[in-house]
Design a protein around this ligand. Structure first.
Ligand SMILES: [Zn+2]
Length: 130
């Protein structure tokens, strides 16, 4: 049988989220910046000691198309694909790690991945109680 979906490929500007939020170490979502051989340079918008973001390298093999294995089990490690590369002029919402049109942003920040889209802002406001 020939599958008509294109094979999974890690590409720049895809976003990934951890398969498991917590296992032996906290994991954060990231944006792919560069694929180089068996490793991937990523940008974590809220990584680094100050939480203002950092670049780091992760193994290409840690990035998966989905959060479940071929046998249907939940993955315990690595990251799963969350959103594809953006369309022209879209910006990254750092809360849901999804690319949104600029007019969908509730908060526009300078830091890459630090902007917030309107649906996330509404949710945050509900939690914070404004
Ligand atoms: Zn959002």
């Amino acid at each position: 049988m020939i599958a008509d979906t294109p094979p999974f490929k890690v590409r720049p500007q895809q976003t990934y989220v951890p398969c498991r939020q917590w296992n032996w170490q906290p994991s954060r979502p990231f944006v792919v910046e560069l694929v180089e051989g068996g490793r991937v340079k990523v940008w974590e918008p809220f990584g680094g000691p100050s939480g203002l973001g950092c670049h780091r390298w992760v193994a290409l093999a840690s990035l998966h198309e989905s959060g479940t294995t071929r046998t249907g089990k939940e993955r315990q490690t690595g990251w799963r694909l969350h959103a594809g590369p953006p369309s022209q002029g879209q910006e990254l919402c750092g809360s849901c790690m999804t690319w949104v049109d600029r007019d969908q942003l509730a908060v526009s920040a300078w830091g890459y991945g630090h902007s917030t889209c309107a649906p996330c802002k509404t949710k945050i406001d509900q939690v914070v109680g404004i």
